[in-house]
Design a binder for this molecule. Sequence first.
Ligand SMILES: [Zn+2]
Ligand SMILES: [Zn+2]
Length: 134
Amino acid sequence: MQKVRNTRQRQVIMSILKEADRPLSINEIYNLIIDKLPRIAKSTIYRNIDLLLEQNLIEKYYFNDNEVFYRFKEDKNNHTHFLICDDCKEVYNLKHCPMREIEDSIKAEGFIVKDHQIQITGICKKCAGNHQDI
Ligand SMILES: [Zn+2]
Ligand SMILES: [Zn+2]
């Protein structure tokens, strides 16, 4: 029984992340999930998120002073970086990972790279335009 329930919880978390147009924090996931699974505990969400990360199905990001956000991974073999506008919260994808060359040179030194994060904060073109109008 336990196993079936866990699978269901994981599916709901996955569908929430898939439908979201931006990365979600644990609190946001929790607020969305309690409509569907009112009895779920936050610790259960954390456990499922960890499993999804292990299975490489979602990605983890740090924003706003290291608050953690999660996003559904479109392509298991690739990863994307993105910018979120401080004003409108719109998400912009970076076309390429700028870390590849750096990682290659680090690997050449014999260091095993497991993961990397890139955090860029700022304001999008649209909002920057708005600021100038004021
Ligand atoms: Zn904006
Ligand atoms: Zn990267």
